[in-house]
Structure formats: structure tokens, C-alpha cells
Design a protein around this ligand. Structure first.
Ligand SMILES: NC(=O)c1ccc[n+]([C@@H]2O[C@H](COP(=O)([O-])OP(=O)(O)OC[C@H]3O[C@@H](n4cnc5c(N)ncnc54)[C@H](OP(=O)(O)O)[C@@H]3O)[C@@H](O)[C@H]2O)c1
Length: 267
């Protein structure tokens, strides 16, 4: 049988980690060799995600688990505070990191790129694994060249701390690279309730809706006289990120150096 990609999941008991465990167990060209959680105890990883037992027990000491299980790829959805240290550890052990967390400065990414090259392995840092969201941003940017009058509306759960979302900011940046420079709306416009026209970015507006039960949605509305174009992406749960994670696990086996941004893997 062809070599299956040996995958370790760090933060395996978390909401994203569990989805990754399920994905790796389902993909026939991947083999789950380890899962790490500091708090879950030695539970079978298959049972943890409601599948058949897979014979791999959750570990708690990341370095020990990685040395013993010898993965090709580490998938990490823990948090920004561990982003750099886990990536460093993986590369030092010759394991290709696929990092789903934020928390990397440009300098840290440059240093990790160097470390990957010194160790002749590939790595990926991807703040957003959603293929649909990446295409939505790309299509919106393409269309804004012809429809420069636009507004972005993003929807997230009511507990989200930051506004606008990182995806909305990234969309606005991509649009600004190609959109004709114009300031939209009536120059005499006045807000009678502060903030009602949304956040201002390079001549257009961004609106952040926060409601319970919403996961992540965004639409870019563009209009000219007599026509409108709406580009919209809806994610309903964390499974939305998993096709992207599976692509990343395969792709990271094929190059050397650290790549920042999953969009580089989408043609
Ligand atoms: N790239 C993307 O597309 C994408 C999409 C969604 C979320 N995310 C990011 O993924 C991360 C996880 O999200 P989530 O919703 O799955 O969170 P979560 O449910 O809190 O899971 C995170 C898990 O990581 C472990 N962990 C936390 N801090 C750790 C540390 N210092 N060292 C080792 N393990 C630690 C925890 O398990 P133990 O306490 O048992 O160790 C926890 O279960 C977040 O940073 C989130 O922003 C990225």
C-alpha cells in the first residue's frame, strides 16, 4: 500500500481539533497517529468523535507524543499563545506544521520560513481554511473593478469580540487593490444615529452584524444604475474548514519553506 500521510492533531479535544480528527480518520490517504490534549485523558480518539475506536489514545505531552508517533504532518488548532512554540517544535522534529491559529508576527513567519528551509520541509500558517470564503473574497475583488460602488456586510455570533471580522478586513484590502478610487454616497450625507452607515474603509462601508446562533457569513453588495451584484458566502459550522485542512495536509508534503495563507493553495 502507498505511504499514507501520518498526521498528529494538537488541540485534538477542541472544537476544531475534533473535526480534524474525524477528517483524518475518514481520508484514505491519511493515517491518524496521535492526538494531544492537556486535559482530556487517554481517551480513544475515534470514540471521542463518535466514530469506531481507532486504537490511538489521546496524549498530553506534546513533545513526547510527537517523538514517539513520528508524524509527517502536525495539524494545530490550539490558540495564538502557542502558535510559534508549537511550530518551532514541529520543524525542529522534522514534522511539517499546518497551523490554523493566528498569533504570528511577520518576523516570526520569516524566521519560521528560514527554519523550514534549513530543515528542508514545508509548513503552512493559515488563519482561514474556508475555500468558499477565499473564493468569495477573490470574486468580490474581481467584480469591484467594474462595480466600484459596494458595501460589505458580515454576520457573526454575538460573542465575537472584534469588528469588523478579519475576513471583512481582508476582503476590503483585496478590493482596494483593484477598485477605482471613489468616495461613495452623497457628500452631504449625515448620520442622525452614530454608526448607522457602518465603518468607513477607502471610500466604502463595512457593516458588522452580531446575533446569537450565527456562525460566519458575509456578503459584498455591488450596484450600478439599474443592476446589482451580490456575492455571498455562508458557513454554518466548523466542518466548512475541513476540505481546506485536507488539501493543506496533502500539499504541505510537496514543498520546502513556510507559506502564509491558504489562498496560495487555491488556483
Ligand atoms: N484557520 C481557520 O480556518 C480557523 C477556523 C476556526 C478556528 N480557528 C482557530 O483555531 C483555534 C482553536 O479554535 P477552537 O474553536 O477549536 O477552540 P477550542 O474549542 O477552545 O479548542 C482549542 C483546544 O486547544 C487546546 N489548547 C488551548 N490552549 C493550549 C495550549 N496553551 N497548549 C496546548 N493546547 C492548548 C485545548 O485543549 P486542552 O486544554 O485539553 O489542551 C482546547 O481544547 C482558535 O485559535 C481559533 O481562532 C482557525
Amino acid at each position: 500500500m502507498e505511504h499514507r500521510i501520518r498526521v498528529a492533531v494538537i488541540g485534538a479535544s477542541g472544537r476544531m481539533g475534533r473535526e480534524v480528527v474525524k477528517t483524518v480518520l475518514r481520508e484514505t490517504d491519511m493515517e491518524l497517529v496521535a492526538g494531544v490534549s492537556r486535559t482530556s485523558g487517554p481517551i480513544d480518539l475515534g470514540r471521542m468523535v463518535g466514530m469506531d475506536d481507532c486504537g490511538i489514545l489521546m496524549g498530553s505531552d506534546i513533545e513526547k507524543v510527537l517523538i514517539e508517533s513520528k508524524p509527517d504532518v502536525l495539524v494545530d488548532f490550539t490558540g495564538p499563545q502557542t502558535a510559534v512554540s508549537h511550530t518551532n517544535l514541529a520543524i525542529r522534529l522534522g514534522i511539517r506544521p499546518v497551523m490554523g491559529t493566528t498569533g504570528f508576527t511577520p518576523q516570526a513567519i520569516a524566521d519560521l520560513d528560514m527554519l523550514c528551509r534549513d530543515n528542508n520541509i514545508g509548513g503552512l500558517i493559515a488563519p482561514n481554511f474556508s475555500i468558499g470564503a477565499i473564493l468569495m473574497m477573490r470574486f468580490a475583488a474581481q467584480a469591484s473593478k467594474y462595480f466600484p460602488n459596494l458595501e460589505i456586510i458580515e454576520y457573526h455570533g454575538d460573542q465575537k469580540l472584534d469588528a469588523p471580522s478579519g475576513t471583512a478586513v481582508k476582503t476590503a484590502e483585496m478590493i482596494s487593490e483593484v477598485r477605482e478610487e471613489i468616495k461613495q454616497g452623497n457628500p452631504k450625507e449625515e448620520e442622525t444615529i452614530e454608526g448607522s452607515r457602518g465603518g468607513y474603509y477607502n471610500g466604502f462601508r463595512i457593516h458588522s452584524v452580531r446575533l446569537p446562533g450565527v456562525f460566519a457569513q458575509q456578503e459584498v453588495i455591488m450596484a450600478e444604475q439599474g443592476q446589482a451584484l451580490k456575492i455571498r458566502h455562508d458557513s454554518y459550522d466548523r466542518a466548512a474548514y475541513m476540505p481546506g485542512v485536507a488539501i493543506a495536509v496533502r500539499k504541505v508534503m510537496t514543498y520546502t519553506g513556510m507559506i502564509y495563507g491558504f489562498e496560495h493553495f487555491i488556483d
